[in-house]
Write a protein that binds this ligand. Structure first.
Ligand code: FMN
Length: 194
């Protein structure tokens, strides 16, 4: 049920205007490789370490995947566009030919991911036609991939690094120091730390 004048197409287009990365959420559950591609991943909390993603209540994979002790999250790299399509495709072919490893506790992590997280389910919150899955992070990995895959307006893109005013994010964000590993003052330029 949506507000009058707010049809699903309009809403999807508006949601698609927000760019995101894409992750693989995957585990070996009772010996069965199980997983999906998800663009709804986001970081949530530092202490305790929490991340989240949303899964459609209609998902045929979630009932099995939520049985896993640990879930592997792999941040897809910009050469993983075909991998992403495969992970969103027919269930029986999702892992065919994919380079991945299964950890001792059953997380499935993709090779050449930009970052990996070994997680367990912290909570599930039903939100409309999706479930917000909160995950506790137990371990993080650097991954081998360098550049993330970007999902924007239903298409894949690469991140074009062209930083706008590198001094802008120096200072504190949400109470945390932001250290970009760069000089905090641009010579000759006065600025407020935002
Ligand atoms: C780029 C991309 C992002 C996606 N993000 C999500 C997501 O955040 N949540 C979700 O439930 N499905 C998402 N999907 C769809 C799932 O990957 C998968 O196709 C869907 O869960 C249907 O399969 P299932 O019935 O096995 O769950 C995404 C698909 C693609 C291609």
């Amino acid at each position: 049920m949506s507000a009058p004048g707010l049809d699903q197409r309009t809403l999807r287009d508006a949601f698609g205007a927000f760019p995101s990365g894409v992750v693989a959420v995957a585990a070996s559950v009772k010996g069965q490789l199980t997983g999906i591609a998800a663009s709804s991943f986001t970081s949530v909390s530092i202490d305790p370490p929490l991340v989240s993603f949303s899964i459609a209540t209609s998902s045929s994979t979630w009932p099995a995947l939520r049985e896993a002790d640990r879930l592997g999250i792999s941040v897809l790299a910009d050469h993983h566009d075909a991998v992403c399509r495969q992970l969103a495709g027919p269930r029986e072919e999702r892992f065919t030919g994919l380079p991945f490893r299964v950890t001792g506790n059953g997380s499935v992590l993709l090779d050449e991911a930009v970052a990996t997280y070994d997680c367990s389910i912290h909570d599930e919150v039903v939100a409309g036609d999706h479930v917000i899955v909160l995950l506790e992070v137990h371990e993080v990995g650097g991954g081998d991939g360098e550049h993330p895959l970007v999902f924007h307006r239903s298409a894949f893109a690469k991140l074009h690094r062209d930083d706008l005013d590198p001094s802008r994010l120096d200072g504190r964000i949400n109470g945390a120091e932001v250290d970009r590993g760069e000089p905090s003052v641009v010579p000759g330029e006065a600025h407020d730390a935002a």
